[in-house]
Design a binder for this molecule. Structure first.
Ligand code: PDD
Length: 285
């Protein structure tokens, strides 16, 4: 049984309550973050806190707690739930006004803030990272502000189910012939030694792991191209991989049935995973 955090209180999970009028529930009017925990410490915390504030700002939502308090809550939950390896999920919504109304409630309405932990023993040693994942592609039918980390995750959930139905692990989304990103991760290909990933815009989430991995890649003198890449390029790439707070760097070995290289994780993805885990563990708080 977990202890979760709801609006200033640490409570047993079965006692945690949010109003049925909460705008997160009625309108998906909320944003979230997922921070990974390795050896009891938070990975890339400051960057996740900064992106949370940006998401809130883009939606004219109030920031419910400052960075120090946010860090304190994360640490407290990790400790209370004895998380060695796992995740901390955080959600902030525009709160619960007295009734359902499309218009935002007045600014005095308290935002809702909820955090909970997920224990994932051995998160960084996933055997899947050694075999790689297989992805299918689906049209990107999400809204146009994918840079805001909102809880509107129905289409990515549908895409994940389409992947499962096709016997694959995940889906990459495609718009105008180019890959945007994965259901819950940023997408990359490697061709002739160059790491290619879509440039930042409102078309994709500005991944925290993406920023760190690209920085480490450049520091290691690897070539990085931030640009859109087509599905055809992807299928004929030497390697592919995805990044996220929960998967770190995860090799992709098959796209729409096309095998990449020899069908095993490529050296660039493997190396980046190693560097990312090593460096982010060092910087963990
Ligand atoms: N997903 N793109 C999308 C659409 C995402 O949902 C995520 C993260 C990412 C990677 O971002 P980051 O490196 O900051 O985790 C990219 C989280 C992990 C989730 O929904 O569980």
């Amino acid at each position: 049984m977990r202890t979760v955090y709801v609006n200033g209180q640490y409570v047993p999970e079965q006692e945690a309550v949010v109003s049925v009028f909460d705008r997160g529930f009625l309108f998906a009017d909320g944003v979230y973050e997922v921070v990974s925990v390795l050896s009891g410490k938070l990975i890339d915390f400051a960057a996740h806190a900064a992106r949370l504030k940006r998401s809130l700002g883009e939606l004219d939502m109030r920031v419910p707690v400052d960075d120090d308090e946010l860090l304190e809550i994360h640490r407290e939950l990790v400790q209370l739930n004895e998380i060695e390896d796992g995740l901390v999920y955080l959600q902030v919504t525009r709160g619960a006004p007295a009734d359902r109304d499309f218009a935002y409630p007045d600014a005095g309405t308290e935002p809702t803030i909820v955090l909970f932990t997920q224990s994932k023993p051995g998160l960084a040693d996933s055997p899947v990272a050694k075999s790689g994942i297989r992805v299918i592609t689906v049209p990107d039918q999400r809204w146009g502000r994918r840079d805001i980390k909102t809880v509107q995750l129905l289409y990515p959930s549908m895409a994940k189910m389409m992947a499962k139905a096709a016997g694959a692990d995940d889906a990459w989304m495609v718009e105008d012939g180019s890959v945007t990103e994965g259901t819950s991760n940023n997408a990359y290909i490697v061709k002739d030694g160059a790491i290619v990933t879509r440039h930042l815009s409102t078309d994709i989430l500005h991944g925290i792991t993406r920023a760190a991995v690209l920085r480490f890649a450049r520091e290691a003198q690897m070539r990085v191209e931030e640009r859109a890449f087509t599905l055809d390029e992807a299928k004929t790439a030497d390697e592919a991989f995805v990044t996220s707070a929960s998967a770190f760097v995860m090799p992709v070995v098959e796209i729409d049935g096309a095998t990449l290289g020899d069908g095993t994780p490529g050296p660039v993805a493997a190396r980046l995973r190693e560097i990312y885990l090593e460096e982010s563990r060092k910087a963990a708080v």
